[in-house]
Design a protein around this ligand. Structure first.
Ligand code: SF4
Length: 332
């Protein structure tokens, strides 16, 4: 995962979203969560500019929330107006938004272009029409393909977001979704395991015993598999797992604060196993930030490798990064 971008993230509640997806916490839709205004955009940019890591070249303002182009038009334009003024003076490099596939058409894309939007992420969630229907997404797979095609046609960077463990979904269908993504070849992908939040339709299904969330282990396994399928085709998976969830909203599901690291650890183990054949002692060289990922939580990866007859040590090679590694056999 090599997301060198830095986002100034601004959460836009889903006011005006025409839908009620099974997993979505409706408190956002009803507006309990405070909606940002133009001043909030300005404050967020000023805070970012003052931070040590700030670099205008790779900083974008990111309006997240899932249905940016479906919110009230006047309100949407007020946010874009504020954000776009910072792109014009070179303080940020662009604007990212995330939205629903059926809230994209030529007219809105031309408008977004005028306001210096550079990247559009679509909440696709799945390419399985049955899964989309059972989770009340309100759009089908064709809508995602059409929106992706239009976004490309208008010259935006295209991102797709998908979810694992949705109601009525399974791993085979997820792999078919990954194959569809490979055909579309978006610039970026985010993969989120489904978490059961309170006050959602999914919570009701869960409490009725009609929905079983993925275990943490299963979620890590399938996210790792999807990551490997996509990255093998050159697709940049920029996120695995949610950054955070609203305090008190969690009911069930594979939430872990370091979910991404758990997946990256599994990815490294899987890759290393494809390169080890003869039992013996090895040194695995990795980038500095990948040592704990290679070692695994409580040395789980090293213990597993040892159980397979591969006695491994991990060392740093400063020239390596981004989950890349090199293996040397220990000479006795
Ligand atoms: S489209 Fe997005 S905002 Fe609307 S209900 Fe679904 S998840 Fe929530």
């Amino acid at each position: 995962m090599s997301d060198k971008h830095s986002n100034i993230s601004i959460f836009v509640p889903h006011i005006g979203c025409p839908n009620k997806c099974s997993f979505c916490n409706q408190r956002y839709i009803t507006g309990t969560c405070k909606a940002p205004n133009a001043d909030d955009v300005e404050k967020a940019v000023i805070t970012a500019v003052k931070s040590k890591k700030y670099n205008a070249q790779n900083t974008e303002i990111a309006f997240f929330g899932g249905s940016f182009t479906a919110i009230n038009r006047t309100y949407m334009l007020s946010l874009l107006e504020a954000a776009s003024s910072f792109v014009k003076i070179g303080l940020v490099n662009g604007i990212r938004i995330s939205t629903r596939p059926d809230a994209i058409d030529d007219e809105i894309l031309m408008l977004l272009k005028e306001y210096n939007v550079t990247a559009i992420e679509l909440g696709a969630q799945s390419f399985n029409n049955y899964v989309l229907k059972m989770n009340n997404r309100g759009h089908n797979a064709r809508d995602i393909e059409n929106a992706a095609m239009l976004i490309r046609k208008h010259g935006f960077e295209l991102g797709l977001q998908i979810m694992t463990g949705l109601y009525c979904d399974d791993n085979e269908s997820l792999e078919r979704t990954a194959k569809k993504i490979i055909e579309i070849k978006p610039d970026t992908v985010r993969i989120y395991p489904t978490i059961v939040l309170k006050d959602t339709d999914l919570a009701a299904l869960y409490l009725d015993g009609k929905y079983s969330p993925q275990t943490l282990g299963d979620a890590v396994k399938i996210c790792t598999k999807l990551y490997m399928m996509l990255s093998k085709e050159g697709i940049n998976v920029i996120r695995l797992g949610l950054h955070s969830i609203e305090e008190g909203a969690y009911l069930a599901g594979p939430w872990h604060p370091a979910f991404s690291e758990l997946c990256q650890s599994q990815i490294m183990l899987t890759k290393v196993l494809t390169r080890l054949f003869d039992k013996g002692e090895y040194i695995i060289f990795v980038g500095k930030s990948d040592v704990s990922k290679m070692t695994g939580q409580k040395k789980s990866n090293l213990k597993y490798l040892k159980s397979r007859g591969f006695d491994c040590k991990v060392k740093v090679d400063e020239s390596l990064s981004d989950l890349n590694f090199r293996i040397e056999r220990k000479v006795l």
